[in-house]
Design a protein around this ligand. Sequence first.
Ligand SMILES: *[C@@H]1O[C@H](CO)[C@@H](O)[C@H](O)[C@H]1NC(C)=O
Ligand SMILES: *[C@@H]1O[C@H](CO)[C@@H](O)[C@H](O)[C@H]1NC(C)=O
Ligand SMILES: *[C@@H]1O[C@H](CO)[C@@H](O)[C@H](O)[C@H]1NC(C)=O
Ligand SMILES: *[C@@H]1O[C@H](CO)[C@@H](O)[C@H](O)[C@H]1NC(C)=O
Ligand SMILES: *[C@@H]1O[C@H](CO)[C@@H](O)[C@H](O)[C@H]1NC(C)=O
Ligand SMILES: *[C@@H]1O[C@H](CO)[C@@H](O)[C@H](O)[C@H]1NC(C)=O
Ligand SMILES: *[C@@H]1O[C@H](CO)[C@@H](O)[C@H](O)[C@H]1NC(C)=O
Ligand SMILES: *[C@@H]1O[C@H](CO)[C@@H](O)[C@H](O)[C@H]1NC(C)=O
Ligand SMILES: *[C@@H]1O[C@H](CO)[C@@H](O)[C@H](O)[C@H]1NC(C)=O
Ligand SMILES: *[C@@H]1O[C@H](CO)[C@@H](O)[C@H](O)[C@H]1NC(C)=O
Ligand SMILES: *[C@@H]1O[C@H](CO)[C@@H](O)[C@H](O)[C@H]1NC(C)=O
Length: 395
Amino acid sequence: MQITKQNMVMRYALFHMFFLLSLAVAPPSNAATNNTKPGCQSRCGNVDIPYPFGIGPYCSMNVDFNIDCNISINPPKPYLSFVNSNDTYVHYLEVINISKSQIYVKNSELQLARSCYGMPTNNNTVNHSTRLDFFATPYTLSDANQLTVVGCEDLAVVRQFSNLTHIYGGIGCLSFCTDTLSIGTCPSWGCCQTNISKTDFLYVTLFDMQTIGRRDSRYLPCSFASVGMIGDLGNFIFNLSDLDDSTAFLKNNKEFMDRPLVLDWRIDPFSNCNKTSCGKNSVCNNWDFLYGGYQCRCMEGYEGNPYLGCQDINECINNPCEAHGLCINTLGSYNCSCNDGYYGDGKINCIGCIQLPVTHSNMAIGNFQLISAYLFFLVFPLFKYFRCLINLIFM
Ligand SMILES: *[C@@H]1O[C@H](CO)[C@@H](O)[C@H](O)[C@H]1NC(C)=O
Ligand SMILES: *[C@@H]1O[C@H](CO)[C@@H](O)[C@H](O)[C@H]1NC(C)=O
Ligand SMILES: *[C@@H]1O[C@H](CO)[C@@H](O)[C@H](O)[C@H]1NC(C)=O
Ligand SMILES: *[C@@H]1O[C@H](CO)[C@@H](O)[C@H](O)[C@H]1NC(C)=O
Ligand SMILES: *[C@@H]1O[C@H](CO)[C@@H](O)[C@H](O)[C@H]1NC(C)=O
Ligand SMILES: *[C@@H]1O[C@H](CO)[C@@H](O)[C@H](O)[C@H]1NC(C)=O
Ligand SMILES: *[C@@H]1O[C@H](CO)[C@@H](O)[C@H](O)[C@H]1NC(C)=O
Ligand SMILES: *[C@@H]1O[C@H](CO)[C@@H](O)[C@H](O)[C@H]1NC(C)=O
Ligand SMILES: *[C@@H]1O[C@H](CO)[C@@H](O)[C@H](O)[C@H]1NC(C)=O
Ligand SMILES: *[C@@H]1O[C@H](CO)[C@@H](O)[C@H](O)[C@H]1NC(C)=O
Ligand SMILES: *[C@@H]1O[C@H](CO)[C@@H](O)[C@H](O)[C@H]1NC(C)=O
């Protein structure tokens, strides 16, 4: 095409129009995309509360995602409270943080089983078992947790259910001590750890094996079992003499009980994806065959909260086009148009805009120099960026 002055002025004007348009259409680059329903608080203390979670019944999707923000604590602390379908098991968990598919909570009581065999005068300290029941809630215990058992010749038996009638698995963890052991580390003598698989029900029972197994010359009656985030007891060291009574171990080893518990979350265990499940510009994924429910995520090129609706990302803000290309934001994507005389996809990480080594009036076939120039400038980069080429052709 002959580049006339008129043409150039026109293109210049178009360039500016696009530029202004992309500015007008796009939200400011650092605009926080709304993560809560309008008028709702987005944080409690230092913790972000993204929808479907919300502070108060209006702000959350339903009661299972209701957050209590206790503002009489400084900084305020968020609590998640829900009951399982049996309406008998009330969870009240302090929230550490919430991500797209997981929630980290604190709860020492829930995570702990303790048992001090042979101490009948110490009745109040025996809790042989602990139950983590998320049946029919949007939560499951994540496989990012592990069970830790501290004790000598003690066995923790773990049962996992998927529903009330069927047991889908069970594991055991047996911890032994040696006669001379005085300091324990995990996992090693005196402490056993095992990964657990994703589950909505975990039942941990502690058994004393001294009665049927090897007998230590000492008698260390107490054992403890807790579930928590994998790896969080990395440098955990305990004194075996703390296993002599039920309170010393917990008092001297706060980190054992303070480990966060990792829960996976999704929407409604009793429904699957349908057309109205997610907000606009988002896609729905059924969650898990065994546990039911679904999750939403933004379509590619969109951002925001998929349960409220996602907005187009204006890719042009971090100009992804090279110097001879002009960025045009499109819904879900962007395009780089090359200036006159340049060809390609204009993208910095792809082909870019390649200047063809010809004058517009001089396109004679058979010109050896021209063909080799084409090969060098066009064909070679095209081979190199095959994926970009495919994109370019099929876009
Ligand atoms: C974000 O929230 C503000 C204030 O509540 C509202 O004016 C705006 O329309 C919201 N934006 C989107 C994309 O929902
Ligand atoms: C908030 O925390 C304070 C201090 O721990 C406690 O006394 C109070 O009962 C809590 N309020 C609610 C509503 O849980
Ligand atoms: C509900 O909880 C009670 C008391 O814990 C228990 O006896 C009962 O079996 C539970 N029912 C179901 C269906 O889980
Ligand atoms: C949430 O908290 C846990 C435990 O402190 C931490 O390991 C994890 O990285 C945090 N996740 C996010 C998204 O902040
Ligand atoms: C321990 O429990 C037994 C039976 O329940 C009871 O007779 C005994 O008084 C209790 N001992 C203490 C110290 O509470
Ligand atoms: C034993 O477990 C029950 C139920 O989880 C709990 O209410 C109680 O406080 C526990 N007792 C001790 C001594 O930890
Ligand atoms: C539990 O799961 C089994 C096998 O998937 C199924 O046959 C049974 O009906 C389920 N029970 C309940 C109460 O959902
Ligand atoms: C336990 O899980 C962690 C993290 O997923 C993994 O690195 C480790 O190998 C697992 N341990 C066993 C014994 O499977
Ligand atoms: C373990 O605890 C006992 C009793 O408190 C104490 O005498 C001993 O020094 C401790 N051992 C270590 C290595 O801390
Ligand atoms: C679609 O799913 C939503 C949320 O789970 C539910 O409220 C609604 O009833 C479902 N609609 C249909 C037509 O199944
Ligand atoms: C990008 O531009 C090309 C050529 O102008 C056009 O065919 C294509 O549809 C555009 N792509 C998008 C996502 O707008």
